[in-house]
Design a protein around this ligand. Structure first.
Ligand code: ADP
Ligand code: ADP
Length: 226
């Protein structure tokens, strides 16, 4: 089934006299299980596309549907719910709180959701196990390697069982071996039914995915399964 559907989707920025076409009439679909790398030169529209997919930004024109629902027709509550429940974000810089241990970092999104402490702990522990960090639950970020820190960030993104995981340069700060580990975790999540979309500049990273979309000047230059 199609989970993400963009139809003639454009995002323009007006810069004085000039119109910047960050995304220009994009037609694009993602299915459940898709494991996709978005590539393209700086300024080609990658971040803009991720922001729209993640409901952090809205298109200037065209249609964006998530699970068959037109995002433009959702109210703020519904949008907030989708951002918190359907979408998990992973960033290049890990955004963990340094004074909190792994468990506390991972359960943060649940605190805002009003989940009881017992359930929070149980779900955070489970998420840490899923990324292979069951033995680092009480460690603080400063006591972990870069790859382990990124895995904590992935566990936090998984905590609400989102169907879609969006990652912006998730291996940008990691060495090659560690990057491969992270890509394998994403691969496993995709096998388990998640839709994974990540931005990367590195061909070696993109190789791990099942689909590579290249953007250029706000348009799709190529879209190739692999
Ligand atoms: P990346 O390719 O990793 O997305 P870029 O080099 O394109 O990064 O951009 C660096 C930063 O500058 C990003 O945070 C991007 O959002 C921001 N940026 C790029 N172009 C503009 C612009 N015209 N106005 C404001 N911010 C911009
Ligand atoms: P990428 O992530 O591929 O580097 P972006 O999506 O950040 O590309 O940017 C696409 C285009 O939109 C670029 O030309 C950039 O300068 C422009 N852009 C991005 N954000 C803004 C903004 N907030 N205001 C004006 N122009 C922007």
């Amino acid at each position: 089934p199609v989970i993400i559907n963009m139809k003639s989707l454009s995002k323009f920025y007006q810069m004085g006299e000039q119109t910047v076409k960050a995304l220009d009439s994009i037609d694009l679909q993602f299915k459940r299980n898709d494991y996709t790398a978005i590539m393209g030169p700086s300024g080609s529209g990658k971040s803009t596309m991720m922001n729209i997919i993640g409901c952090l930004d809205i298109p200037t024109s065209g249609i964006y549907e998530l699970n068959g629902q037109n995002v433009a027709e959702m109210d703020d509550n519904e949008l907030a719910r989708i951002r918190n429940r359907e979408i998990g974000f992973v960033f290049q810089t890990f955004n963990l709180l340094p004074r909190l241990n792994c468990l506390r970092n991972v359960e943060l999104p649940l605190i805002y959701a009003g989940i009881t402490p017992e359930e929070r702990e149980q779900r955070a522990t489970e998420a840490l196990h899923r990324v292979g960090l069951g033995n680092r639950i009480t460690h603080k970020p400063s006591e972990l390697s870069g790859g382990q820190i990124q895995r904590v960030a992935i566990a936090r993104a998984l905590i609400n069982n989102p169907s879609i995981i969006l990652a912006d340069e998730p291996t940008g700060n990691l060495d090659t071996a560690t990057s491969m580990e992270i890509m394998e975790i994403f691969g496993n999540l995709s096998d388990a039914g998640n839709t994974i979309i990540l931005i990367t500049h590195e061909e070696d990273i993109a190789r791990y995915t099942h689909r590579v979309i290249r953007l250029r000047d706000g348009k799709i230059e190529s879209d190739i399964p692999q």
